[in-house]
Design a protein around this ligand. Sequence first.
Ligand code: NAP
Length: 228
Amino acid sequence: MKPVALVTGASRGIGAAVARALAPGHDLLLGGRDQAALAALASELPGSRAWPVELTDAAALAEATAGIERLDVLVHSAGVGLLGTVADTPAATWRRQFEVNVVAVAELTRLLLPALRAARGRVVLVNSGAGLAARPGWGSYAASKFALRAFADALRAEEAAAGVRVTSVHPGRVDTDMQRAVVAHEGGEYDPGSYLRPESVAGAVLLAVTAPPDAALTEMVLRPAGGA
Ligand code: NAP
């Protein structure tokens, strides 16, 4: 039997690329809300099945994780990127950003920790360059990703003795729907050639997941080679 991996945000973007990269070596649970997209990906990847859950629904999360007793890999890719200056960002936006990017990640991880410990599993968090430095107009998004990095650091220290490894991956701009929305917000021209490909980020995730047992890959930073 292959190791089992759960990938959130697998319906598109980076998460879908991660699912494709992990598929040859793993049985997959494909997280997301778009059931048609998840079904299409599941039919493409043998050994995978859709795992449709609204991650901010705590009851749904508890129900969806209830049967999972062993989990080798948990990749958190689901996220939102709600931009705006501090002056223009109301409390509801801060709450939504933190609810999806931080609280849902913490709760899903907490629910799956027994299964991850049972497998001495790997947790990979798709963070961002914004989790390392905050820029004007990115305040609440960057704050959520700083929080996600702190969460990863605490989890790594707490679970090291149980054999659970934790990696934060910090990509720069990636050619996905989220980046299209970012560029539309900024008012610039969308230039996919100057951004990272989702497959390149997925390659970093695969490296973290397949690192040998003596090596803990704690943080990986990827920048578009062209400097975008
Ligand atoms: P994306 O194309 O917008 O896809 C977002 C994914 O998250 C979708 O699969 C979506 O599911 C899922 N999702 C969002 N909210 C959810 C919720 N409440 N419950 C369940 N699933 C939810 O985004 P992406 O560009 O692939 O980004 C993936 C991760 O990379 C995010 O954490 C983002 O912050 C990070 N990141 C992105 C970039 C970039 O430039 N794109 C750069 C650095 C870091 P449905 O479609 O099924 O709703």
